[in-house]
Design a protein around this ligand. Structure first.
Ligand code: ATP
Ligand code: MG
Length: 405
């Protein structure tokens, strides 16, 4: 079929009374941004739908992009024809013929915006349905749950036929839920948590701790490249890299081994909260999941969370690893996440970190380091880069890749 437009149906936002205008404006903006590279498209956001006129651009590529934009319930590619019953009938029959498999059932569902059109919806259903029955041998009409519903919309500017509904990403348009910072490592979990935060409309800035020379340039590049993948779902992302080496060395030197991990995490969270506040964002997201590792028990979370009153949100909190991996595969971050570049935390993780750290002890051990000065130095040392959807950073020539291939 030679499609002329993609019709986009809004998700949940159609139920949000007073915020509706903002939602539609934001969704329109996000759709425009994600379709930037297709120069001939015309995008028009209306109160109940958005129409993307293809003007010759490839429908499959445009649909693929749209399917990653939050706030879209589903999309339907449609063919626009003149308001001429003969043409409508022929197009309908051609569409059904293309999709026909033996035993297929269908019905016609007509909507009429143009009430001056010479036939009403019942007449059109009958005429078009009858013609399809005649031209596509073996096809049957079924009113209840047919295999295919052929939608015919008589609008003022033409008649639109569509028969496919392709599921969208759901959720809310990114940007309608405010701004937060995401603690992004190079692992499997935090990119998935980022995706889920964005799904609820939150615009993210990434905070990433790195620790050269203990962690390599490639580990940093991996976190940036993961950010590029995540940016596919909500546009450009600010990536904030925080130098963490000095803090880790201080902690390692002064804090008892059982509390190394807890104190490191307290410092990370404290610095992230300082960055979040300075940027006027309203929360912190992490990729933690309850019970997954030592730092992710309730006791640990309490001991770590103690350093800030800012909301710390954990979209993966009750997910199993295999559920998380499924999403990682779907959003195309999994293969990157499992590349073996060392993370700053693994290097300084003691063989037996406390799984139930004590809050008072955590507070006391922390007094062994100069918290304020270290936080200030780290915050002063941040570097910020803007990362575009699908931007790449890893040096694919390096030995580790050669070995992996
Ligand atoms: P992930 O797969 O996201 O690395 P994980 O299961 O390996 O998670 P941890 O390494 O304990 O768990 O990290 C828990 C969370 O702490 C991460 O999901 C992330 O939000 C944050 N975090 C860990 N390391 C870093 C880092 N280097 N920079 C920023 N945030 C980090
Ligand atoms: Mg990790």
């Amino acid at each position: 079929m030679n499609y002329s437009e993609i019709m986009v149906r809004y998700g949940e936002l159609s139920t949000k009374g007073k915020n509706r205008k903002d939602f539609i404006r934001q969704l329109g903006q996000n759709v425009r941004q994600s379709l930037q590279e297709f120069e001939n498209l015309e995008i028009k956001a209306q109160h109940d739908r958005l129409h993307v006129t293809l003007n010759g651009e490839p429908d499959d590529a445009v649909i693929k992009r749209l399917s990653g934009v939050f706030g879209i319930e589903n999309v339907s590619p449609s063919v626009k024809v003149e308001k001429d019953v003969a043409v409508i009938k022929q197009t309908a029959a051609a569409m059904m013929q293309e999709q026909f498999v033996p035993g297929m059932t269908f019905k016609i569902n007509t909507r009429r915006q143009d009430h001056d059109f010479e036939y009403d919806t019942n007449q059109l259903n009958d005429m078009v349905g009858g013609y399809v029955l005649e031209k596509v041998p073996g096809i049957k009409v079924q009113m209840k749950k047919p295999d295919v519903i052929l939608r015919v919309e008589v609008r003022l500017n033409g008649v639109f036929l569509s028969s496919e509904i392709i599921e969208g990403a759901g959720g809310l348009p990114v940007g309608t839920g405010g701004r937060a910072v995401m603690m992004l490592s190079g692992g499997i979990d935090s990119p998935v948590a980022s995706y889920l935060a964005m799904k609820r409309g939150v615009k993210l800035d990434m905070v990433h701790f790195f620790s050269p020379p203990y962690t390599s340039y490639q580990a940093l590049a991996k976190a940036k490249e993961l950010t590029g993948k995540v940016a596919n779902f909500g546009g450009d992302i600010q990536f904030i890299q925080v130098p963490f080496r000095k803090i880790q060395e201080e902690i390692k030197e002064k804090v008892p081994e059982g509390y190394l991990m807890t104190i490191q995490r307290r410092m990370m969270l404290r610095i992230t909260a300082a960055i979040a506040e300075a940027r006027h964002t309203k929360g912190i997201f992490t990729g933690e999941s309850l019970g997954q590792v030592a730092s992710q028990t309730l006791e640990s979370m309490m001991a770590i969370n103690d350093v800030t009153t800012m909301p710390v949100l954990r979209p993966l909190v009750s997910m199993d690893k295999d559920e998380i991996i499924k999403i990682a595969e779907k959003i195309d971050t999994y293969d990157l996440s499992i590349l073996p570049f060392e993370d700053c935390c693994t290097i300084f993780t003691p063989p037996a970190p406390k799984t139930r750290p004590d809050l008072e002890k955590s507070r006391n051990f922390e007094k062994l380091i100069d918290v304020d000065a270290l936080v200030k130095e780290a915050v002063d040392g941040i570097e910020i880069v803007n990362i575009k959807p699908n931007e790449t950073f890893l040096n694919k020539q390096e030995d580790v890749f050669a070995e992996l291939l």
